[in-house]
Design a protein around this ligand. Structure first.
Ligand code: DMJ
Length: 455
């Protein structure tokens, strides 16, 4: 058993002994977990069947107009591949088999299109790797290797920090304006690809990318929002845990857990000190993590949002369950303020700063990890509240849809693939048998694709 796995088990045990006994919600026996898991599965099928009916073969569904849309000139079957491993985990064998046959018959990457390296890595490369591991079908791994090879040119900048876009056929790259999340959220997928194919260049390129971002942290240990991949210069010094930075931190701890790479653990150990020193905010409404200038530490905004809600989950994986539990309380307050969380929330005024909601999964993800760590039924209550309000405010005839405003609940017209890959998967796993996924051997990538440590 590797050291990261031991540390995860240890953290779960410590937590169980310290706060796991404290039940703030109903008793476990009053929750019919199995029934709730079935209800989530039914909502998954409602969404998936709507996608099949109106958008089959497209990358995504517009649930109000009931049409499909593609990200590029040709479809890459993003929703189907993102949803596949959720189907497997839910035991939807027939659906999963039909997706597998469709994807393996139709998906290839020899297209003259520029794609976003980060999005294609977390959704497709991650999806192909988990599909391979769950199905044992080597054709998924062949597709993953082909895709990984076509994405590799992004790392060819003078700094090794990846360009944002790459042409899948020509290998041309463009757009050096990047951020820590896009540059630093690649090591799980590229690293697993190295382990599974025996080609070390994938791991090396992704490891170098996150290392080069980390090396450019400020004297007080923070990173900014935007940077130039060619020069390594910071273009925007705003530091936070939200979009553009979030999963850069997540992959330090998950990379440590999946590969036992102590350099990644050292990056986390250093970063978490800076985060707790300069971003943490003990407000009258609880513990939050706001925005600050990466060079001076000066507070720039009292904002926290739907994406930041991944952080309790990452803290659990890092072994800091007490802080995770406190922050999760704040996330739940943010959710309950209007019955759905906003994209950005000003915890100074306790009102949305950006009122949209994109069906994001992060709060469900953190609820799942906290329940796994504590077995406290309070987190089942939390998950049920979140699930109920999703059904009330985002469910439509053809699937689930985003909101233009969590205040007015006005709907917008898009169901992102991560709703099936992540949002419903984490809700399902929260209520399903606790051993559905063995967290001692499995690490979820940032799109919730489970990657199993088989090496
Ligand atoms: C997903 O694609 C991933 O979770 C990513 O890390 C952040 N954005 C969405 C979900 O909100």
């Amino acid at each position: 058993m590797g050291a990261p796995v031991k540390s995860l088990i240890l953290s779960i045990v410590i937590t169980y002994c310290s706060i796991g006994q404290t039940t703030r919600g109903q008793e476990a026996s009053t929750f019919d977990k199995a029934a709730l898991a079935e209800q989530v599965k039914a909502e998954f099928l409602h969404s998936w069947n709507s996608y099949k009916q109106y958008a089959w073969g497209y990358d995504g569904l517009r649930p109000l107009s009931k049409v499909g849309y593609n990200w590029y000139d040709v479809p890459l079957y993003i929703t189907a591949l993102d949803a596949y491993d959720t189907m497997v985990l839910m035991g939807l064998r027939e659906e999963a088999d039909s997706v597998r046959d469709f994807v393996l018959r139709n998906l290839h990457f020899d297209h003259d299109i520029f794609v976003k390296n980060f999005e294609i890595t977390i959704r497709l490369l991650g999806g192909l790797i988990s599909s391979y591991q769950l199905s044992g079908d080597k054709r998924f791994l062949d597709l993953a290797e082909d895709l990984g090879t076509r994405l590799l040119p992004v790392f060819g900048s003078p700094t090794g920090i990846p360009y944002v876009d790459v042409n899948l056929r020509t290998g041309d790259v463009r757009n050096p304006r990047t951020n820590p999340a896009e540059a630093g959220t690649l090591i799980l997928e590229f690293g697993a690809l190295s382990k599974l194919t025996g080609r070390p260049e994938f791991y090396a390129a992704a490891k170098n990318a996150i290392t080069e971002v980390f090396r450019r942290r400020s004297a007080i240990g923070l990173v900014g929002t935007w940077m130039d991949a060619k020069t390594g210069e910071w273009l925007d010094p705003n530091s936070h845990l939200s979009a553009c930075i979030d999963s850069y931190y997540e992959y330090m701890i998950k990379g440590w857990l999946l590969f036992g790479d102590s350099d990644l653990k050292a990056m986390w150990d250093s970063s978490i000190v800076a985060i707790k020193t300069h971003l943490a905010d003990e407000a009258p409404t609880g513990l939050w993590f706001g925005h600050a200038n990466m060079f001076t530490g000066e507070r720039t905004k009292t904002w926290f949002g739907a994406l930041d809600a991944f952080f309790p989950g990452t803290l659990v994986l890092a072994g800091d369950v007490p802080t995770a539990a406190r922050l999760q309380e704040s996330c739940f307050k943010m959710w309950n303020r209007h019955g759905i969380e906003p994209e950005e929330f000003d915890y100074g005024t306790m009102e949305p700063a950006r009122p949209r909601y994109f069906l994001n999964p992060e709060i469900m993800e953190s609820t799942y990890y906290l329940y796994q760590a504590t077995r406290d039924p309070y987190y089942l209550m939390m998950g049920k509240t979140i699930f109920d309000s999703l059904r009330v405010h985002c469910r439509v005839d053809a699937g689930y849809t985003e909101l233009k405003s969590v205040v007015t609940k006005e709907k917008s017209d898009r169901m992102e693939s991560y709703f099936l890959a992540e949002t419903l998967k984490y809700l399902y796993l929260l209520f399903a048998d606790e051993n559905t996924v063995d967290l001692r051997t499995t690490v979820f990538n940032t799109e919730a694709h489970p990657i199993r440590k088989t090496w």
